[in-house]
Design a protein around this ligand. Sequence first.
Ligand code: ATP
Length: 354
Amino acid sequence: MATARFDHATRRFDTSSAPAVDSLDIDIADGEFLVLVGPSGCGKSTSLRMLAGLEPVDSGRVLIDDRDMQRVAPRDRDVAMVFQNYALYPTMTVAQNMGFALRNAGVNKTDIRRQVEEAARILQLEDLLDRKPSQLSGGQRQRVAMGRAIVRRPKVFCMDEPLSNLDAKLRVSTRGEIAGLQRRLGVTTVYVTHDQVEAMTMGTRVAVLDKGVLQQVAAPRELYDRPANAFVAGFIGTPAMNLVEVPVAGGRALVGDAKIDVPASLGGRDRIILGARPEALRLVGAGEPGLELTVDLVEELGAEAFAYGHSDAGDRVAIRLDRGHGTAVGERIRVRHIDAEVHAFDTETGDRID
Ligand code: ATP
């Protein structure tokens, strides 16, 4: 069991450009499942690799159990890494693959067997222990890779996009398995993904990075309900939150011809970015105030549907529709925000205005 901490951890590959990871500060509690998420190149893998000792920390520190890892070699950090390309040894059986690290560490055969069997039971690999990797499905191989990490009983699991080689269906079931497994084992876990759905469904907390800078770290629900800035607002949620720059006057925002209460201390601002999720918009009739849109696309997902449209000013807006909505491409619709569910962001910084 262990805590982990990024303390102003910075990694700069190239002195002439911005750091890949810029002064990252996150405290990870014992047993926590922390997900690092963000677009490609935001620095999530580099952050994870600093913790695992595969990448140096140029300034700041990473700590495990309050101990500065600066001078601690990767193998002595007691961290188990699960990568996207979980190369299993093709000539070894599942059991041999899983026991490999223990054998290298000089653990005796009886203990190896016991630990491998225990991990196999947890991962439901008991019937596959004598197979070679080529005789396994992608999902089973991924479980063997997890098994290799588990048998070591590390202080911290570091997982870098471990599901990205799996097909969509298997990814969904395996993400549930990993999250469940992590809860049962209680091992502190740092998990990297670019997939915000994976992040939201697996993490006890989610850290959103952009261009090497931490944007927000919070429980999934809070990220969704109270994004700290327009970047997080637009990154978390599918379809993304609608973000429209609008004028404000008298404490109300003008969207089309609708006046929307803004839940914010506006200071002297006369424009803000107004945010509303697709489910926080509703269709209104021709006579009611709202924003007029031309529908560009209707997406039927079965249980729900989304319409994507644009306003005359060129703002793109998505709205969730009820079943049996009857909305068609090319149609003109009017939408309005549900007042209680709007977010306001600064037009310059993108920061949330409360
Ligand atoms: P992805 O989702 O695409 O894997 P990421 O968020 O994990 O991206 P990193 O791999 O951490 O991003 O990379 C962060 C930045 O650092 C990127 O701009 C990348 O080009 C740069 N970078 C990463 N590794 C190196 C390296 N070895 N040398 C130089 N630049 C690097």
